[in-house]
Design a binder for this molecule. Structure first.
Ligand code: UDX
Length: 466
């Protein structure tokens, strides 16, 4: 199949590369000529497992890069739109990049095409795309608009694309639906996974994805509702974690107990300082805005965000009470990325916590295994950057863990205690076990797991109440 993918960001580049891996002829287009030059020179621009390998395998062969959208579209039967859909001020989605692409496509129509929305867009965008492609009801050629949302996570984007839980295709036309089935056939019939050269299937992934065909509107809504639901799960567990702190329960035990119900499931029940990234904050706001636009109030979505914001405020409160005053204190921060396994700092809770601590006149030295450069673009010289985790802690009044990098859990506790000025650790991601921290002699504060001191005072309260 001849395919164009417009946009070479996370979604576009991964989709283009993986579609080439499935055997299609793909042109990936971006208006940024520097990006296209870098991709043509073999640079991946983003760090994702297997991406470099697949790019080297297909670049100059089944996969090419270009800035010429019209030429790419003319050569393709299927055009995936994977350009950015950022948030506007009021949470609505800024569709200007999608509109610009569609405007160019309208001029390039030279035969039947399937236009696929891959970017996350609000419900009814397919109608808008349709109308823009046929002004006054006349298009240059026949076409169909399909919604095919992408559910990839940063860090596992390639395997999420090649071994997804589900593929959702929203189409109002059998002709387009048949073409989409053909595109994904190697994943749905399992033939891709059988290839000797296939990217190996990660352990928890389904061997065969569910292939879900819907209307375009349902597909658009599935994407927003999925992300909002995952964000809801995180906010729910974070609210329960706060209550655990009030009553001396342990959120990890509670999460395990809740998540073992197969109707709930264990994923996305990790308490912490809240979610971030390029999707959840934007999509929760966009979903709220689109429901409001259609006259349906959905205040639960506001509550998801409110709880998420509150998690950071609560955490900073813990820093304050652990240190007495925080003005002028030297703090070591481990973790800048919005989650582990990525260098992405967009909407990172870690950066937001740091911004607040800087307002309160703390001095911060930070380390992150991958996100230092990107964090520097935001925080500049307002904080110091350490060469490794221990260097960040040198002489600090407390250590703050703000991203759930697995390697932080393997740090040497004796050495940490030795380099810190005072043995105070505030763990915003529950990376360490309470028992080992107590044994190592730290004053240890985490999320939803009351500190030993707090447990003692709760016990006293209970006894005097009785
Ligand atoms: C998410 C969705 O998972 C993906 O399907 C969608 O296509 C894009 O958005 P991503 O942004 O890469 O993917 O990150 P994800 O792994 O989902 O984590 C999002 C945030 O939630 C991170 O900040 C993470 O730290 C936080 N999180 C996640 C928790 O705080 N607790 C959890 O239990 C899980």
């Amino acid at each position: 199949m001849q395919i164009s993918v417009i946009g070479s960001g996370y979604v576009g580049l991964v989709a283009a590369t993986c579609l080439a891996e499935l055997g299609h002829e793909v042109i990936c287009v971006d208006s940024d000529s520097a990006k296209i030059a870098a991709l043509n020179a073999g640079e991946t621009l983003i760090h994702e497992d297997y991406l470099q390998e697949l790019l080297s395998r297909h670049r100059g062969n089944r996969l090419s890069f270009s800035t010429d959208l019209r030429a790419a579209a003319r050569n393709s039967v299927v055009v995936f739109i994977a350009v950015g859909t950022p948030s506007a001020e009021n949470g609505t989605v800024d569709l200007s990049c999608v509109e610009a692409v569609v405007h160019s496509l309208a001029e390039a129509m030279n035969g039947y095409k399937v236009i696929v929305e891959k970017s996350t867009v609000p419900v009814y965008t397919s109608e808008r795309v349709h109308n823009a492609l046929s002004p006054n009801g006349h298009a240059k050629a026949e076409f169909d608009v399909v919604s095919n949302p992408e559910f990839l996570r940063e860090g596992t984007a390639v395997t999420d694309f090649l071994y997804p839980d589900r593929i959702v295709v929203g189409s109002g036309s059998e002709r387009a639906a048949a073409i989409m089935r053909e595109i994904y056939a190697p994943l749905v019939d399992g033939s891709y996974a059988q290839l000797a050269s296939a990217v190996p299937k990660p352990e928890p992934a389904r061997a065969i994805p569910m292939y879900i065909e819907t209307s375009p509107r349902s597909a658009e809504l599935i994407k927003h509702a999925s992300n909002a639901y995952l964000a809801l799960k995180i906010s729910f567990i974070n609210a329960v974690a706060s209550f655990c702190e009030s009553v001396g329960a342990n959120i990890e035990e509670v999460s395990r107990g809740i998540g073992s119900d197969s109707r709930i499931g264990p994923e996305f029940l990790r308490a912490g300082i809240g979610y971030g990234g390029s999707c959840f904050p934007k999509d929760v706001a966009a979903f709220r805005a689109v429901t409001h636009e259609f006259g349906f109030e959905f205040p639960l979505l506001d509550e998801i965000k409110r709880i998420n914001d509150e998690q950071r405020i609560r955490f900073i409160g813990k820093v304050r009470s652990a240190l007495g005053t925080i003005k002028g204190k030297k703090l070591a921060v481990l973790g800048l990325a919005f989650k582990d396994g990525t260098d992405d700092v967009r909407e990172s809770p870690a950066i937001k916590v740091i911004e607040q601590l800087l307002k309160e006149k703390c001095q911060i030295t930070a380390f992150d295994p991958a996100a230092m450069d990107r964090a520097r673009q935001i925080l500049g010289s307002r904080i110091k950057y350490a060469a490794d985790a221990y260097a960040a802690m040198e002489g600090a009044d407390a250590l703050l863990i703000l991203t759930e990098w697995k390697e932080f859990a393997n740090l040497d506790l004796v050495r940490i205690k030795h380099v810190l000025r005072s043995p105070i650790v505030l763990d915003g991601r529950n990376v360490f076990s309470q028992a080992e921290m107590a044994e190592a002699g730290f004053s240890y504060f985490s999320v939803g797991r009351p500190a030993l001191e707090a447990l003692r005072s709760l016990l006293k309260k209970g006894q005097s109440a009785r």
